[in-house]
Design a protein around this ligand. Structure first.
Ligand code: KIV
Length: 265
């Protein structure tokens, strides 16, 4: 078993090989995902919705993230462990450094993820200078849902698309190790992915990003209400949860997921 590191992911991008990410929030699922070949396990602040039952990710605290990250870290052997910095935990550089250190020290994170474009450059640079790997989350930023007025596809008009392209380059220059694009038109995601050297993970960003991520509960078909249009229930045709996760892993690696019906134009 070869441990996945940022170098593994960079080499996969360069070789044109897709890698796979999926969320987990506890030790049992962490083991299952790790054994199914998921390359990056994300302890997402989506736990606020799928574990805690809130309507948004805004109520999630640092203590919540540390607790769930530590549970997942216990059973993660091969995958790289990425953990979300929750709402307002990186509002200043000092806060970001303290909180990222907690996620790594107490939660076992091997990379932290934060939402935001050029406004986050000083934070990304400071984390990088202190040896903390960073994934920068662009496009739909769920922590800003109340400012955005809802969950919508981002980057559809030329001005916002140009800003996202530029932000992606600046974040790379500031030291970001990975970009994550959420709910972005496929053409824009493709352009960003080919413009930057660092790996790009997509969710609702079409088939051309270097990797895909989904929320575990969505692929298991247990999300209450209407599932997001960019997701897919991999329990259909599977005999077990492990098999569903394996089907997701294989579909991403082989470029079969996302299909056009999971993609925004
Ligand atoms: O919190 C989360 O699970 C995420 C994914 C939706 C990418 O950020």
């Amino acid at each position: 078993m070869q441990k996945v590191t940022i170098n593994t992911l960079l080499a996969m991008k360069r070789a044109g090989e897709k890698f796979v990410s999926l969320t987990a929030y506890d030790a049992s699922f962490a083991r299952l995902l790790d054994e199914a070949g998921v390359d990056v396990i994300l302890v997402g602040d989506s736990l606020g919705m799928v574990i805690q039952g809130h309507q948004t990710t805004v109520p999630v605290t640092m203590d919540d993230m540390v607790y769930h990250a530590a549970c997942v870290a216990t059973n993660t052997r091969r995958a790289l462990l990425m953990v979300d910095m929750p709402f307002m935990s990186y509002a200043t550089v000092d806060q970001a450094l303290d909180n990222a250190a907690r996620l790594m020290r107490e939660g076992g994170a091997q990379m932290v993820k934060l939402e935001g474009g050029s406004v986050q450059l000083p934070v990304v640079q400071a984390l990088t200078e202190h040896g903390i790997p960073v994934c920068a989350h662009l496009g739909l930023q769920p922590q800003s849902v109340h400012k955005l007025g809802g969950y919508r596809v981002q980057g559809r008009d030329k001005t916002s698309a140009d800003t996202m392209l530029l932000d992606a380059e600046k974040l790379q220059q500031a030291g970001a190790d990975i970009l994550l694009l959420e709910c972005v038109p496929a053409v824009l995601a493709n352009e960003i992915t080919s413009n930057v050297e660092i790996p790009v993970i997509g969710i609702g960003a079409g088939p051309d990003t270097d990797a895909q991520v989904l929320v575990l509960q969505d692929i298991l078909g247990i999300t209450p209400g209407k599932p997001p249009g960019f997701s897919k229930n991999f329990m259909h045709g599977a005999h077990s949860v492990s098999e569903a996760v394996e089907h997701y892993v294989n579909a991403v690696r082989q470029g079969q997921f996302p299909a056009p019906e999971h993609t925004f134009n």
